[in-house]
Design a binder for this molecule. Structure first.
Ligand SMILES: Nc1ncnc2c1ncn2[C@@H]1O[C@H](COP(=O)(O)OP(=O)(O)O)[C@@H](O)[C@H]1O
Ligand SMILES: [Mg+2]
Length: 169
């Protein structure tokens, strides 16, 4: 069981899903969130922050790329959207060097949990990590989202199973 799927019926439900996961995150955990704009990735991270005891409001770090919040353990919130090939605006294409510039590897080895929106190709070969892909439903179910969850190692698998257990039971 390395893959699971859960449906959210509202932004609030997505937030609460995040809060449950946030309560389980430990230093070194990596959670990658993919899916189109507006599918609920940042909404989910707001929930994670609540679950980690973070009072500060989480906003999308699209223009800052990375923001760190102090909670039970640090939450490192990245949004790499702007580093995507072709989305770097008038500065042109941005390369993997930029990942190094924001200290990507240092964060992975730091004392916090790392949550990445728009994980790029460079993130693919990542260590044990939990991947969540957000999907919209066809109209008219505008407030529904499917979260497809996948683990790539032992730690993320345990995390996924514990999260879903707490959510469903
Ligand atoms: N089930 C749902 N889960 C998450 N967001 C939802 C849901 N239904 C509606 N929404 C709305 O969709 C938008 C998601 O925005 P956001 O979380 O910033 O997405 P992303 O970070 O993926 O671009 C918000 O306006 C939110 O209120
Ligand atoms: Mg976002």
């Amino acid at each position: 069981m390395d893959e699971m799927s859960v449906t959210s019926h509202s932004a609030d439900e997505t937030r609460r899903l995040g809060t449950k996961l946030g309560g389980l995150l430990e230093p070194g955990d990596v959670v990658c969130l993919s899916g189109d704009l507006g599918t609920g990735k940042t909404t989910f991270v707001k929930g994670i922050a609540t679950g980690m005891g973070i009072a500060a409001e989480v906003t999308s770090p699209t223009f800052t790329l990375v923001v760190e919040y102090e909670g039970r353990i640090p939450l490192v919130h990245m949004d790499l959207y702007r580093l995507q090939e072709g989305s770097a605006g008038e500065n042109g294409i941005v390369t993997g060097a930029d990942l190094a510039e924001i200290g990507f590897q240092d964060y992975l080895e730091g004392d916090g949990a790392v949550v990445v929106e728009w994980p790029l190709g460079a993130v693919d070969g990542l260590q044990d990590s939990l991947w969540i892909q957000f999907y919209r439903h066809p109209l008219p179910r505008v407030d529904e989202r499917d979260l497809r969850v996948r683990s790539t190692g032992t730690r993320s698998r345990n995390l996924m199973v514990e999260w879903m257990k707490q959510w469903l039971f």
